[in-house]
Design a protein around this ligand. Structure first.
Ligand code: DSN
Length: 422
């Protein structure tokens, strides 16, 4: 990684962040460790370039190479996902979703999407998001919890009933805290039944889809949005896929509708990541991510923590802490786990009585540590450590001992080993 010796203050902070990533366990489900080529592209001279517009149609001169890189990224994205058109300019998943709404729905029209506290995203119409202020959102959720773990799945009957009742212009499938596979076909059928368009927000499973571990919504949904930095393991950013007939509307929504100049250095890094995700080893990676999440989930359940939906089909494990200790909040759990070097996030669980700042749940993810090389054995060890830290959370010696175990585990699975040329 490039050194910033001429700015020692910034360099020191970056070194400490690198050290944190190397010596603590990363279980945030939306994070990953990018490859060095992705990091290098992100740090490239393309950060200097202004290229408002699209390849061949820019508002500034000097864009020959910006055009080449964006064309390459678009071609690679289309090839990876089997899409007719890709827009690789969205700065984030939120902007990709906003662009899709802008392209497909007039302000004030109705969109049917998943509610935030049921596993949806802020951009699925939360009242605090511009999406909730601009469009009329109707929300669906998950089925009630059951003892056998068959509940807490997307309630497709509710999706259909609400679609028939409210006749949305657009139906959104996609989640931010949901541990189960999402089949795009029932959503397509419901959308067709009510004459709605269908957007699949693949922010979380994009890498699992690219790696063949989850069904692809491409060619089924009218528009697919995704982030490039979660399971796809690329740079921080977003993208939109669609058929040729929507290409113009989607492109116009991204620029000039929402954004100014693209981040060409990030577009270059996206191109790198799309090529990496097209390799055969990425298919193995996607399968390993799911296997690792299952191994983590199994041990956590054995340790007496209830899993929302009873398990996982993807990279996420959602834990209901109330089953473990009614007093334990997600906030407290996140804080004590942070002290032990286990990084994860508090998360609301379906029908959570606590606020999003406190919560009754934890969201864990396997994508990053799978990249670092961990397997089911390490996942089981992490599950046991996590449970013991929660159990002994008031004993600082026990937390400090867990921190040392975490440090030892991380040493064997360094995402950026110094001898590999960082
Ligand atoms: N922050 C992302 C996540 O963690 O899922 C969603 O925006």
């Amino acid at each position: 990684m490039p050194r910033l010796s001429s700015d020692p203050e910034v360099a020191a902070i970056l070194e400490r962040e690198l050290e944190r990533q190397r010596t603590t366990i990363q279980l945030i489900a939306s994070e990953n460790f990018t490859s060095r080529p992705v990091l290098a592209a992100t740090a490239s001279v393309l950060t200097n370039k202004y290229s408002e517009g699209y390849p061949g149609r820019r508002y500034y001169g000097g864009n020959a190479y910006a055009d080449e890189i964006e064309d390459l990224a678009r071609r690679r994205a289309c090839a990876l996902f089997g899409a007719e058109h890709a827009n690789v300019q969205p700065h984030a998943g939120a902007s990709a979703n906003l662009a899709a709404y802008l392209a497909l729905v007039e302000p004030g029209e109705t969109i049917l999407a998943m509610r935030l506290d049921q596993g949806g995203h802020l951009t699925h119409g939360s009242p605090v998001s511009i999406t909730g202020k601009t469009w009329r959102f109707v929300s669906y959720g998950v089925t009630p919890a059951t003892d056998d773990g068959s509940g807490e799945r997307i309630d497709l009957d509710q999706v259909r009933d609400l679609a028939l009742e409210t006749r949305p212009k657009l139906i959104v499938a996609g989640t931010t805290a949901y541990a189960r596979v999402i089949d795009p076909l029932p959503f397509r059928q419901i959308a067709d039944e009510v004459g709605a368009l269908f957007l699949f927000d693949a922010a979380h499973p994009a890498g699992l889809i690219a790696g063949g571990a989850h069904p692809s919504p491409v060619g089924i949904a009218d528009v697919v949005t995704f982030t490039t930095h979660k399971t796809l393991r690329g740079p921080r950013g977003g993208a939109v896929l669609c058929g040729a007939e929507l290409a113009r509307a989607v492109d116009a929504a991204v620029f000039p509708g929402l954004q100014g100049g693209p981040l060409d250095h990030v577009v270059a890094a996206k191109a790198v990541a799309f090529a990496e995700a097209a390799r055969p080893e990425f298919r193995q990676y996607a399968a390993d991510v799911v296997a690792n999440a299952n191994a983590l989930a199994a041990v956590i359940a054995e340790e007496g923590l209830r899993l929302v939906s009873g398990g996982t089909d993807n990279h996420q494990v959602l834990v209901d802490l109330r089953s473990f200790d009614p007093e334990l909040t997600g906030k407290e759990a996140q804080e004590v786990l942070d002290r032990a070097g286990i990084t994860c996030n508090k998360n609301q669980i379906p029908d959570d009585p606590r606020s999003p700042f406190v919560t009754s749940g934890l969201r864990l993810g396997s994508a990053a540590e799978t990249t670092a090389g961990m397997g089911p054995t390490e996942m089981a060890e992490i599950g046991r450590l996590l449970a013991s830290v929660l159990r002994e959370r008031r004993d600082e010696h026990a937390v400090a001992a867990a921190r040392e175990e975490v440090r030892a585990l991380c040493k064997a699975f360094d995402p950026y080993p110094p001898d590999a040329g960082r």
